[in-house]
Design a protein around this ligand. Structure first.
Ligand SMILES: Cc1cc2nc3c(=O)[nH]c(=O)nc-3n(C[C@H](O)[C@H](O)[C@H](O)COP(=O)(O)OP(=O)(O)OC[C@H]3O[C@@H](n4cnc5c(N)ncnc54)[C@H](O)[C@@H]3O)c2cc1C
Length: 383
């Protein structure tokens, strides 16, 4: 459940005793940090109104469980802990963001104040999101761990990308089924109420190329084995397979006047990185740090004047187990003025880079968009 796409919307992961506790035990500090970075004004609104500290000027999230959040509110020069309960317990770790957004909505309604915080902006933008039904038109292996899947037709007649990193959520058939279990009325509220064996599974993927004349979208899917529903589906995808996609969304928001881009990406974010670089405004330069298994898994990236690409090879290490990307960022010389840092990859790597560029390089919050595109788990369980 990362900030922007905040996988916060993703599919169910099977029956678990307390999925929020499990997620917090595995990655608690990183998750709290992501929420702090993504939703500072939203958390403050919740703390001020629902936590009863109307004079607070700053809020940090310091705890999260299935029943609510703990916030530290800065008020009158002191920190005050407050706890705010969710309306109902969160039963799926992927629905945490939704529960937080519900708190923000409640706080706004109770406050009677005008305004719009980060969570409310995302909520508003989500209202235009839809479910598109389309079909796999072709499948091509770029290399043994990367598959190009082309979708064509159906509702793509009215699809429009929303940014260079445009991404969509693939709503796939539940495990063991071939037919889709959603229709155009799909919402995440409905999803939460669907019987377990009817719930779609899925993941976010980037629209690498969009050809409006023929209503075709290419996605490049990393095949990481059968432990993930989406990777499993992609490895078996064939022309004619039905696909539902929910979106489109973007998390690429360079501040006005951006002169330089620092792009950090592993295999999963390289399709988006390639599109971002293709659409770089004239005069903007870019430093690209790209992590892949080895030379034979390089992905196509636009080069040219002002774009400096460094490939980092895992050399046999498993994805998500190295510090190649954070180490490479730390080793960079001072960043040019008006740098925007954009990237995606494994959650821990993105957290380490965010900490470094925010604390040690002093970049402001709006100059950094680093997304946890995926989260490594040791047991292969989803998220
Ligand atoms: C905005 C956004 C855009 C994205 N765009 C793309 C894209 O264009 N192409 C792409 O391939 N991915 C992309 N991703 C990442 C993709 O959504 C994740 O890799 C997702 O976890 C795959 O789902 P799954 O069902 O296969 O595995 P999950 O059920 O999520 O995970 C199952 C297991 O597989 C592991 N795992 C998950 N992903 C990987 C991986 N890449 N390598 C190794 N192990 C992994 C997990 O740690 C876990 O142990 C994007 C993610 C986001 C948020």
């Amino acid at each position: 459940m990362t900030a922007a796409p905040h996988s916060g919307d993703a599919a169910a992961t099977g029956p678990q005793a307390d999925p929020v506790a499990e997620l917090m035990a595995a990655a608690g500090p990183a998750i709290l940090e992501e929420l702090d970075e993504a939703y500072p004004a939203s958390l403050l609104l919740v703390g001020r109104i629902l936590g009863g500290r109307t004079g607070a000027t700053d809020a940090r999230i310091v705890g999260l469980d299935r029943n609510g959040v703990e916030l530290l509110l800065r008020d009158g020069g002191h920190d005050h802990p407050v706890r705010v309960e969710f309306a109902e317990p969160v039963t799926d770790a992927d629905l945490i963001t939704r529960a937080l957004f519900d708190l923000v909505r409640r706080a706004r309604a109770e406050s009677g104040e005008e305004g719009e915080t980060e969570a409310e902006r995302i909520d508003r933008e989500r209202e235009r999101l839809r479910t598109f039904f389309t079909t796999v038109a072709s499948v091509e292996d770029v290399h043994p761990h990367l598959r190009r899947i082309t979708l064509r037709g159906g509702d793509l007649a009215t699809f429009e990308p929303v940014g260079p990193d445009t991404f969509v959520y693939f709503l796939l058939p539940p495990p063991g089924r071939r037919e889709l279990t959603v229709d155009r009325t799909f919402t995440w509220e409905l999803h939460a109420r669907m019987p377990e064996d009817e719930r779609p599974v899925g993941a976010y993927y980037t629209v690498r190329r969009w050809r409006p004349d023929v209503q075709e979208a290419d996605v490049l899917v990393v095949l990481h084995g059968d432990d993930g529903h989406a990777s499993r589906w992609a490895a078996r995808a064939a022309p004619g397979d039905p696909v539902a996609i929910w979106g489109p969304r973007t998390a690429y928001h360079p501040p006005p006047g951006t002169a330089h881009l620092l792009v950090v990406a592993d295999d999963t974010a390289l399709p988006a990185a390639a599109s971002v670089l293709e659409q770089l405004p004239p005069g903007t330069t870019a430093t690209v740090l790209a992590e892949v298994a080895g030379e034979d898994e390089h992905q196509e990236l636009p080069g040219g004047e002002g774009i400096d690409v460094t490939w980092l090879h895992r050399d046999g290490a498993a994805p998500g187990t190295t510090t190649l990307l954070p180490d490479a960022v730390r080793a960079l010389p001072p960043l040019p003025a008006r740098t925007y840092v954009w990237g995606g990859g494994e959650s821990r790597a993105m957290t380490a880079i965010r900490r470094h560029v925010r604390s040690e390089r002093g970049l402001p919050r709006d100059a950094v968009s680093l997304l946890a595109y995926w989260r490594r788990t040791e047991d292969g369980a989803a998220r």
